[in-house]
Every structure is written in C-alpha cells, then in structure tokens.
Design a protein around this ligand. Structure first.
Ligand code: SPV
Ligand code: MG
Length: 304
C-alpha cells in the first residue's frame, strides 16, 4: 500500500450516506486490487463547466475480484479471502467503498459479512436477490434462481440489526430483469424492498437498448410517491453504456457504478503488450501500451 491515500474507517464509513443526504448524484468505479483502487481514486477529468470530475466511490466488484483470480463469478471466494482483499483495497484509497456482497449466503453469513464490512469502514453493501450460489448476471444463456422476497428482506433486516451503527447502508439489488422475470416482477420486488429495512434499491439489466432500464426508471418515481417512501436508486450501465451518467441521473438514478472497466482495460493492454513483445522480439514497441516507470513510482512511492 502507499501511505499517501489513506483514511480511517470512522472517517470513511458515513461519507456516502452524507453525500446522498446532501442530494448528490454519485459515480463509482470498479477496483479489483489496491492498485486499481488507487488509479480509480486519483483519476480526474475536466468537466464542461470548468470543474474537475472525480469518481465519488470505489466499487468492490465480485465479478472482477473473481476474474482477477481467473475464476468465474459464482461466489467461490471464501468469506475470509474476500474480506482480505477488501481490507487491502481499503488501505490504498480514501474514497468511500461500495461492497458487492453477491447473495451474501444465508441470513447468518450475511450478518457476519456486514459486521466485518462495517468494521472495515465500508459505506454501502449491495446484496442481490438471487439464491446462493448465484450465477453471474451479464453472461448470455445463464439460468438465475430468484430468492423469495420475504426471505431476502428478512436477511437484510437481520444484517441491519447486526450493525453497530447506522452509517453503513445496505441496498437491495433486484435481478428480475437479469433473470427474465420481467418488469412487473421487478416493480413488485421494488415495492417490497422499499417497504423493508433496505436503505436503497439497485436495478440491474442486460438489455443493450436501454428500454428495460428506462421503463423501470419511469415507474420507480411514481412507485415511491405512491408509497410515500423515497430511497436512493443505483444503476450498473455496463450493457447499456451508450447512456451517460448525466442522463441516468436526470431519469432518477442516484448512483451509477462502472462495474468492471479497470480490469477489462488492464486485460486489453496486457494482451496487446504480450503479443507485441513476442512479435517484435523486444519490449520497446510495447512501451506505448505501458505506464512509464516514473509515473508508477509517483503513484505508489519508492520507499524513500
Ligand atoms: C459485479 O461487478 O460484480 C457486479 C455487476 O455485480 S455485474 O457483473 O454486472 O453483475
Ligand atoms: Mg457482482
């Protein structure tokens, strides 16, 4: 870890809740190890209005955590192993952390997981309404079993009760659209989860046209109005990435997660650099694909 970008669990944990309470719209970038978290945390770009944009939080993706180990995203990582990798990332960035809990296992396993994540200073835990062990959401032709909504909300209620404070949020992730169960099922689940202990809702979709997600977003505001309950909504626009964050915010999303892009960017550069070294019988041509060493030293330090 670098000593430059750190914070205390106590300082970090409540930040996301405070940002949402202030009405902020938030962007998160995926990390699969401490270096990718450092890169995502220090990334910036000029916004059209002259301000500087940064990511507001780091997404501790289950998919890229597994992919970095050359494993499928099917909840194979053991509890302690997953926590170790989250702890390593937490030591490398001061940004708020959003943890992907997958299904969280059964109610007891999810209680313990949330207790440990709270102690690490995680700001938001996302748990999905599939049956353990889940299958990855975006792969074609995969069958998904959805959890009974009452079992799922019961699990969230127990985990909330197991937390020592009220700073760490737990969002309920709806997988109806991923499982092919349709918009009506997604909205029925949104209704149930809005009335539960969950602090917010995640809606996921793999429809590349965006029609599915727009239909849900159009119905979510009126549903909240009908119930008199407003909870933040989070989207993961990997499949419909022609839509900008701004448009998703304007259509009612509060948080957007770019869920796997640093791992995929690294994969692409590693593949091209490997082929280039073989093709040219030397590494000079691959330099164009690689960070210069001084830039890497600047980020991680040289131990002086
Ligand atoms: C992840 O990044 O692990 C996610 C998002 O849960 S997705 O892979 O699209 O399901
Ligand atoms: Mg995941």
């Amino acid at each position: 870890m670098t000593l430059k970008y750190r914070t205390l669990a106590e300082t970090r944990r409540g930040q996301l809740k405070a940002m949402l309470a202030a009405g902020r719209k938030l962007r998160a970038i995926e990390a699969h190890n401490p270096l990718s978290a450092l890169i995502g945390s220090t990334a910036s770009a000029a916004a059209p209005d002259g301000t500087t944009k940064e990511f507001d939080a780091i997404w501790l993706s289950g998919f890229t955590n597994a992919a970095a180990r050359a494993l499928p995203d099917v909840e194979l990582a053991r509890f302690e192993r997953r926590l170790e990798s989250i702890e390593e990332i937490a030591a490398a960035t001061a940004k708020p952390l959003i943890a992907d809990a997958d299904t969280g296992g059964d109610a007891l396993a999810f209680q313990y997981l949330c207790a440990r994540l709270e102690a690490l200073g995680v700001s938001l835990v996302i748990v999905e309404d599939k049956v353990f062990p889940k299958r990855t959401s975006l792969a074609p032709g995969v069958h998904h079993d959805l959890e009974d909504p009452a079992v799922f909300t019961g699990k969230i209620a127990k985990a909330k009760a197991a937390c020592l404070g009220d700073e760490m949020l737990i969002f309920a992730r709806i997988e109806s659209l991923i499982a092919g169960a349709g918009l009506d099922d997604a909205l029925a689940r949104a209704r149930a989860y809005l009335g539960s202990e969950a602090d917010g809702i995640v809606i996921h979709s793999k429809d590349p046209t965006g029609a599915e997600i727009f239909a849900f977003l159009d119905a979510y505001g009126p549903l909240c109005d009908e119930l008199g309950i407003a909870k933040p909504l989070l989207c993961i626009p990997t499949a419909y990435n022609f839509v900008t964050d701004r448009e998703l915010f304007e259509r009612g999303a509060d948080i957007v997660i770019h869920a796997n892009h640093l791992l995929r960017a690294a994969y692409q550069a590693m593949t091209e650099a490997s082929a280039s070294i073989l093709a040219h019988d030397r590494s000079r041509e691959a330099d164009a694909l690689c960070v210069a060493l001084p830039e890497l030293f600047e980020l991680i330090g040289v131990g002086e």
